[in-house]
Design a protein around this ligand. Sequence first.
Ligand code: HEM
Length: 356
Amino acid sequence: MKIDMKKFAAWFDDRLALTPIFKYMTKKEVPQHEHSFWYYTGSSILLFLFIQIVTGIMLALYYKPTLEGATDSIGRIMTELPLGWLVRSVHSWSSTFMIALVMIHLLAIWFTKSYRKPREATWMTGMMLLVVSMVFGFTGYLLPWDDLSLSATKVGTNIPMAIPVVGKWVTQFLRGGDDVTGDTLTRFFLFHVCILPLVIFAILVVHILLVQKEGMSVPLKDEIAKKKVPALPFWPNFILREVVIWLVLLGILLTISLMFAPSLELTADLMAPAPEGVKPEWYFLFLFQTLKIFPANMGPVTGEFVAVVLILIAVVAIFFLPFIDNKPEGKKGKIIAYLGVAGVIYAIVFSIWSLL
Ligand code: HEM
């Protein structure tokens, strides 16, 4: 039977609406100005998310989410499977790269004030993506089931306890009981490989659609001056530049993963006392240190309660930032930019303090 390739291609085009998508890509333009570089941060996060999915599926083929099997299965991945140690290393480093880039993306948008009208919802879905990315890291940290990951999870899941009324329930829900046990491991595995991927995709689709709907923002001063900003075609110019950045990032990721592969400690002992120097992942360090500096009791409430409430207020305020900073060109807008600088300095100083 002879297949008519032209007819075959037309059939695909008709069913999948490829021509309109391609036409949209060729018509789409990206503003070119002194802050254009930051546009590449969003798509670079997508690169690391893609790497997380591919390496995560490869690891899940052999990982066993049980008390008896977890550490051994990772040991097997690292020693028996061809390049298994590298796949694990890339998965671990790529998560660090992804979260670092999400933070850089957020800060770039904070300082260029791209969250201003009409991009408020893009910012809010972005904040959700930041939280989901951090929960991905938190749930993944327990999966090797060694002493350090067990203790860090005990500390982390204990924090909601400080919240009155719902706190105890949240902790029990996360742990699958009163303590961190094998049920917690099963739960964290389910969150990590099933629930969180579904959630991140749902939010990501909305985030990207909003970016397409509004187009990329131009610098605030050009918008106020109603200046026409030059533009670069999305296809092929912008995409080709993006590919160059992806290749560089991929090279750095592979080099670091080859040189600094994560180790594997002994299986966690549920009865053993917490080891010295329990530390969460680097992106939680400043929050961890914030909790530590509060005294045990502050009048009728615990210091931890005050700290958790303050952190929650800060997160809610950042979530609604586009509405708080509703006149970005005014004095309030300048103060909010300085608050961003203060926030970065705070996070760096507190993280180093926690490490010391
Ligand atoms: C998994 C995490 C995320 C992914 C994959 C992602 C992806 C993207 C992409 C591809 C773009 C278009 C290119 C660009 O401007 O860089 C974008 C734009 C944007 N993102 Fe994100 N993003 C994420 C997290 C965030 C976070 C944490 C925020 C802020 C809280 C945020 C707020 C925005 C805003 C406001 C824009 C529009 C920027 C403009 O028009 O200039 N995103 N994002």
